[in-house]
Design a binder for this molecule. Sequence first.
Ligand code: ZN
Length: 167
Amino acid sequence: MNKEKPFEHKEPWEGVDESKFYPKKSSIGGFLAEGEKLKDVIVADRKVCEQLEIKSKEIGEKIAELLKRAMQEQGHKVPAVVDDFEISWTSWRGMQNCPFDGSYADFSNLDFIITNRKTGESFSGPGLIAHLLKEHDFFEGHTSYRVDPEQAVKVLFEKEIKKGDVK
Ligand SMILES: [Zn+2]
């Protein structure tokens, strides 16, 4: 098992047990809605990211950076202000492990709301999304924890898909 050819690019959905992603499996709400396919969700969101000229990894890195700085600089005072962003979060007692690899990533015990103070736009998500985006290109399926790529990029990078961009 798991023999990889050198230089072979492995897609995030390859070799993953998708059954764990559905509601009431490894998380109550699930990472995919019933009937959704991991590959379809990732491929569709990659197209949105392409139009926004950004990689999901960059979005995940930005979320991780803001959460880290919010906690360090503000001494766990909620909401925290970091640069142009206001960050609120709720910590839970348990950590949510990654459905791809079972790891316990940073921030996986919290849910956050990030607001851009200049534009007033905001989005919310689970802390685990930073890891899911950095490592697995995954915004979650259409569950209550999904992070919408367009809204996240609008808040974090003040970038939008302009009409006419789509060819
Ligand atoms: Zn992972």
